[in-house]
Design a protein around this ligand. Structure first.
Ligand SMILES: [Fe+2]
Length: 151
């Protein structure tokens, strides 16, 4: 059985994924320097994955007889993922990614719990599938964070 909490979390996650797509796409384009290439390549790949997450969330909303939102519902939150003024400041982007992935993991854990409480195993499965991807991204960027020189 679905609840408002579930559809609210699905909607919030859908918007967050699309904001992530925009910021990863932008940072994959703007970063400069020898330290940037690996991070740019990783962000470029993640853009496709995050878009896939938005699609899964939107499809689940449709199955629950709700519509995913259009852009008028959009509210920006990812302040730490804005393209850095110094385009060689790879570290600030890495930190922004870690923060965004932390937020995403928290949302998917909340979605999993709400779905579990409501006996909605299909939404639980969506939450676990996406959570696993976000944890993998987080691990990759934690590795970048260790490797890259501090500014
Ligand atoms: Fe995602």
């Amino acid at each position: 059985m679905t609840t408002d909490e579930i559809t609210d979390l699905l909607t919030e996650a859908y918007i967050d994924e699309l904001e992530t797509v925009m910021n990863y796409l932008t940072n994959a384009i703007v970063l400069d320097g020898v330290h940037a290439e690996e991070v740019k390549a990783s962000l470029e790949e993640d853009v496709q994955e995050e878009l896939g997450h938005a699609q899964m969330l939107g499809e689940r909303l449709k199955q629950l007889d709700e519509s995913p939102p259009g852009s008028e519902a959009f509210e920006a939150n990812q302040h730490s993922l804005q393209p850095p003024e110094d385009t060689t400041d790879v570290q600030s982007v890495i930190e922004g990614v870690l923060e965004a992935e932390d937020d995403a993991m928290e949302t998917y854990r909340a979605l999993h719990k709400a779905a579990s409480d409501a006996n909605d195993p299909v939404t639980e499965d969506v939450a676990v599938t996406i959570l696993a991807d976000e944890e993998a991204h987080h691990t990759e960027f934690r590795g970048f964070h260790k490797e890259f020189p501090q500014n």
